[in-house]
Design a protein around this ligand. Structure first.
Ligand code: FE
Length: 337
């Protein structure tokens, strides 16, 4: 009798215990690996938890180490969602089979087609415009026209650039290759290097500070760094220029996300990703870093809106990944450190 009862008791305990573990796993948490800074994403996690009760666990690091970690963990990874701050990194994650395909009408409506993976493995959540920054005491807007024109002789000794090691510049050059072809792009990059006023910078901020200080007159940077500097000191002699308005438009990149291939909570992760692209979350996502919402129904922060409207490049940002290694080799050949 005893021997016949015990297995049933054990089975009942097994069902109860495992059942509750399954429930907790199914509904109560999402695990995020994020290359977007903690101070920018934590408010979104908190807002989502407040709204849904779902806890969000996360680690933040640079995209490279996070991708290495995802790869090493394989099917055992706890990660549900990967967040990056550059289209090239998202493309890389998808290329290495680390992301799964997401079939979502909401994401397709909320995220314009050129700002998401053509194969639905990652989606832009904010837009980062990389544009021309100049010192208005030394340059007239009429002197400016395109990224390409910064290679012309009138800019000898007047250009500042951030290092080619930064993925933002690799993506910029990759997107130029997509539009102009490799030979024309190389000519432009060689021209930029010929025109440099000084060594390349390790950050957009120090580059822009050098432009303001008069070490050089013009450079290329992300608008949110400009925004931070101007918030700190509105009298800083810096201004934005929107290049290439008669052709492909301003180079844009994205901060975005994809669902990990071996996610343990793929449905919860998808609902969270959809929520991030929604009207109610988009300002919280973009405004904290003075970026542009990806959802066309959402207005940017008033400070960002004050920089004016511009035409952006409509080339799919996946090209930043496809052509990234070509871009890196090209910049190397051109002597861009
Ligand atoms: Fe940045």
């Amino acid at each position: 009798m005893f021997l016949r009862v015990v297995p049933w008791v054990l089975f009942a305990i097994y069902v109860v215990v495992l059942g509750s573990v399954e429930n907790a796993r199914a509904g109560d948490e999402i695990v995020v690996y994020s290359a977007r800074n903690e101070h920018l994403i934590k408010p979104l996690f908190d807002a989502y938890t407040a709204e849904t009760g779902i806890e969000i666990k996360y680690i933040t690091d640079k995209a490279g180490p996070l991708l290495q970690r995802l790869k090493a963990e394989g099917a055992d990874t706890p990660a549900d969602l990967f967040i990056a701050v550059d289209a090239g990194n998202l493309w890389q994650a998808a290329e290495e089979g680390l992301l799964s395909t997401v079939d979502s009408t909401l994401l397709n409506v909320n995220v314009p087609a050129h700002l998401r993976d053509p194969d639905d493995r990652w989606f832009g959540l904010s837009v980062r415009a990389r544009t021309i920054v100049y010192n208005p005491t030394k340059v007239r807007p009429a002197d400016l026209s395109s990224y390409e024109a910064l290679a012309e002789d009138q800019w000898v000794g007047r250009v500042c650039l951030r290092t080619s090691k930064k993925e933002y510049n690799q993506s910029l050059v990759a997107m130029m290759i997509a539009d102009l072809g490799e030979a024309a792009t190389e000519k432009v990059v060689r021209g930029w290097i010929k025109n440099l006023a000084t060594d390349v910078f390790t950050s957009d901020t120090t580059m822009m500070e050098s432009i303001a200080a008069g070490q050089c007159d013009v450079g290329i940077g992300n608008t949110y760094y400009f925004g931070r500097i101007m918030l700190d000191n509105p009298k800083t002699p810096l201004a934005l220029f929107w290049p290439n308005q008669k052709d492909r438009g301003v180079h844009v990149n994205i901060s975005g996300a994809g669902i990990a291939r071996y996610a343990k909570h793929p449905e919860e992760a998808q609902r969270f990703l959809e929520w991030l692209s929604s009207i109610k979350a988009q300002n919280l996502f973009a405004d904290g870093n003075l970026e542009y919402p990806v959802n066309p129904s959402v207005e940017p922060h008033p400070i960002v809106a004050s920089w004016g409207d511009f035409k952006e490049s409509m080339i799919n940002v996946s090209q930043a990944g496809e052509l990234q290694s070509d871009a890196v080799r090209l910049m190397d050949r051109a002597g861009y450190a």
